[in-house]
Design a protein around this ligand. Sequence first.
Ligand SMILES: Nc1ncnc2c1ncn2[C@@H]1O[C@H](COP(=O)(O)OP(=O)(O)OP(=O)(O)O)[C@@H](O)[C@H]1O
Ligand SMILES: [Mg+2]
Length: 495
Amino acid sequence: MRRNGSLLVIDDEEIMREILEALLTREGYDVRLAASGAEGIDLAKSVPIDAAIVDVMMPGMDGIAVLDELKKHDDELPVLMITAFASVENAISAMKRGAFDYITKPFKNDEVLVVVRNALERRQLIAENTALRQNLQAQQQKFAGIIGRSPRMKQVFDLIIQAAPSRSTILITGESGTGKELVARAIHNNSARSDRAFVTVNSGNLPSDLLESTLFGHVKGAFTGAVYPKKGLCDLADKGSIFFDEIGNIPLETQAKLLRVMQEREFMRLGGMETIKVDVRIIAATNCDLKEMVDEGSFREDLYYRLHVINVYLPPLRERKDDIPVLVHHFLEKYSEENRKPGIELTADALDLLMDYDWPGNVRELENVIERAVVLTTGARIDADLIPENVRSSPTFQIPRFVVPPEGISFKDVITNVEKRLIESTLEAAGGVQKRAAELLRIKPTTLNEMIKRYEIGPRRKKNGIRPDEGGEQESKPSSTRPRSAFPATELTRD
Ligand SMILES: Nc1ncnc2c1ncn2[C@@H]1O[C@H](COP(=O)(O)OP(=O)(O)OP(=O)(O)O)[C@@H](O)[C@H]1O
Ligand SMILES: [Mg+2]
């Protein structure tokens, strides 16, 4: 029985074998004996052992040759050499060839036990390390290489694990470049469907009949040019998962058919009459506000609720900056390998720049910056000069310095005015698109819209309104009684 570990003793002298067997068995080790090198190697190949004790001086195959053979079979096996005091040289050359330690004859029992214990500890450590590494690799594969250690990403990982096994439809939301496609893959990989197909549909801007023929196939003669019947992606994804990248792009007519696949698990080919049964798990991603699209009438409400059963939201990178260093490390490894430039590192200054930046393009943008830097660098270190200009000098927001006039000023008026100007400047930065402006200000579009109405911010005003270079002068005069110096408009802009 294995208690403390199993040891293999290889010694041609019977008396030595007996002494070691008695000593080590008493300590609770499982001991195997071999009288020659060849016998020992056979044993090592047929039973699991944790460490070997090998006599250096043996007739036939000597201890050093045995050591070499044992290492060939199991590189991590700790091998202890026993040598006569007179031939320590041999022992040292054995150490150079990878022996773990050596014991000189005559030896004290304690001495042997200490060395054996060390060897087994080392063995244990290596085993744990290997298991850990394998575990990590498996984890990485399961999570489709999604890197992240922030609490927000941990929540995402938990949700993936919880949601993956069911057949429920999953909607993945988040800004562009946050990793929605990776999450879709991870959900598939962690589901019982993982050995079946994962099919991606790039809904793009395909007209609805082309999209439908791609999804559901068509019958012969369904349209001009449909000479042969054709199967669709839904057939391909049967028993697997189908991923709709940007579900918001799917035309209304096709949405109805998709709903049918979800609810009834069936579809019809384009131009066909026959219903076809299918078992697919639907995963969808979007960076649009589907609820808003429902309100506008461009997305079916019933489909929206069907999709919304489980929602995985990927926070933008700027809200989980503690992921930046691990992502940088990951991309450095990826691109230094790809470009055969091993061991490239980022300087602390360069990393600081990356930490300060807001990453509107999220992880995709970070990945591009690292790839570029790795390609361009001539040395092993990437310094701030290899970080693109726009990342280095990202516009920072400045709170204006208020000068309160001696007679005082109405707090409410100031706040109102600041709010108004902030909205105007943001609308301008967003090219007049309210939805984008709301995103920039991290408020709901409806809230923004209310404020625009309340402050009577009109499109004309937006056009002629505050410009960083104009200082907003024409504007502040008629509309206010406060001294202009209280809040110079220029400082409220992004530049
Ligand atoms: N957490 C992450 N770990 C490692 N790589 C990531 C991570 N998130 C995103 N990426 C990488 O960033 C790029 C963009 O990711 P992905 O295509 O999944 O984003 P997306 O949210 O689908 O964007 P879009 O809405 O533009 O389609 C990919 O190259 C992806 O490998
Ligand atoms: Mg995508």
